[in-house]
Design a protein around this ligand. Structure first.
Ligand code: 5GP
Length: 342
């Protein structure tokens, strides 16, 4: 436990509104109440978490995010949520985070103000954790919103190239077609943004093929790619040859029942085939987890020893989107390896 907490770690797949802890949500509620902003979440915070023991599946997780989004609908509470979440990752031994979030228009702010608020919070140097921002596009968004968010992502990447580092595609995988997002993602990549895609969350070999052929810098989840997990040999070989890193979220997959158990998780197939892996949390609030807990679960259920575990963290340095910060992060992990003779 202590080892996993103290080990310097890298978080590359964390959705802001899914990462809000219960205590952060309570603070935001109080803040909004003091401000006189009506929020409808009072009764619902209890319903925010999703465990493996209940009957909920992946499609049930998407409505839950609205509870957190209600609490981050004014710039001040969005800034608080960002800062408190970064603080929690820092306290858990995370030294670098690429936090992602979907810019939204609310009655209190525009898409641009949403991005600006997160950027300004991340620029505040009271944190020792190094933050970067990945701008999310939701698969359910209409074309004009996708284009607008893409324009903003490119504008902010130009302005803050070391902070706004990437763009990603998420939201309910049963909705929308990947091909609809290709022009926006291509444009983003040409402007220098890195791209990561939620890929293979549900069985859809055709979409997985299209996504891998686009050659994203990373993919999220990659559950239904191996033939044992709803994929097929062709897309599995495509992934193995591509060497595209996979952001693996163990508890998220088990709690949404995308995977039956930790023991049967596709981590093993990825690991054995030498596909690059990064251990991530996805939504630490919804799934009541932490990055150190994900590493601990990996050690215990998959049987990875401490020296291999820390090397997973070290290898994750190769896949971070900020080239600028790679060396700094790598040195922190190498120091830990040397200090503990691992
Ligand atoms: P936000 O972008 O509002 O900060 O974080 C919540 C959003 O992240 C959700 O509305 C959803 O679009 C996306 N998200 C969070 N977790 C998952 C997941 O497990 N799978 C997919 N496809 N999208 C997710």
């Amino acid at each position: 436990d202590t080892f996993c907490r103290e080990m310097p770690k890298i978080e590359l797949h964390a959705h802001l509104n899914g990462s809000l802890s219960r205590s952060t949500m309570v603070s935001l509620q109080r803040y909004l109440a003091d401000l006189g902003v009506k929020d409808k979440t009072n009764a619902f915070i209890e319903k925010f978490q999703m465990s493996s023991g209940d009957s909920k599946t992946l499609s049930d997780v998407f409505p839950l995010f609205k509870i957190a989004q209600e609490l981050t609908s004014v710039p001040e509470s969005l800034a608080m949520a960002t800062a408190m979440t970064m603080q929690e990752f820092e306290e858990d031994g995370c030294c670098y985070i690429e936090l992602r979030s979907t810019p939204r228009e609310t009655s209190h702010m525009t898409h641009k103000q949403y991005i600006e608020t997160i950027v300004q919070t991340m620029k505040n140097d009271k944190f020792s954790i190094i933050p970067c921002f990945i701008i999310s596009i939701n698969r359910s968004s209409p074309k004009n919103e996708v284009e607008m968010i893409t324009d903003l992502a490119i504008e902010y990447h130009k302005k803050y190239p070391d902070l706004v580092v990437g763009i990603e595609l998420s939201g309910n995988p049963a909705v929308g077609k990947f091909s609809h997002f290709l022009p926006a993602l291509t444009r983003s990549r040409e402007a220098g943004l890195k791209v990561t895609l939620h890929c293979g969350e549900i069985p859809n070999p055709q979409e997985v093929t299209e996504m891998l052929k686009f050659r994203p810098d990373r993919i999220g989840h990659g559950v239904c790619i191996h033939p044992n997990h709803g994929g097929n040999e062709e897309i599995w070989q495509l992934l193995c040859k591509s060497q595209i890193p996979v952001e693996v979220c163990l508890t998220s997959n088990v709690n949404t029942k995308s995977t039956l158990s930790y023991g049967s998780h596709h981590f093993k197939e990825l690991y054995n085939a030498n596909v690059p892996i990064v251990i991530c949390t996805d939504d630490k609030g919804v799934f009541a987890t932490s990055l150190s807990q994900e590493y601990r679960i990996c050690a215990e259920t998959i049987g990875i020893d401490p020296s291999k575990l820390v090397r997973l963290s070290l290898r994750a340095c190769d896949y971070i989107f900020s080239d600028d910060k790679k060396k700094n992060v790598r040195d922190k992990i190498l120091n830990f390896i040397n200090k503990n003779a691992l």
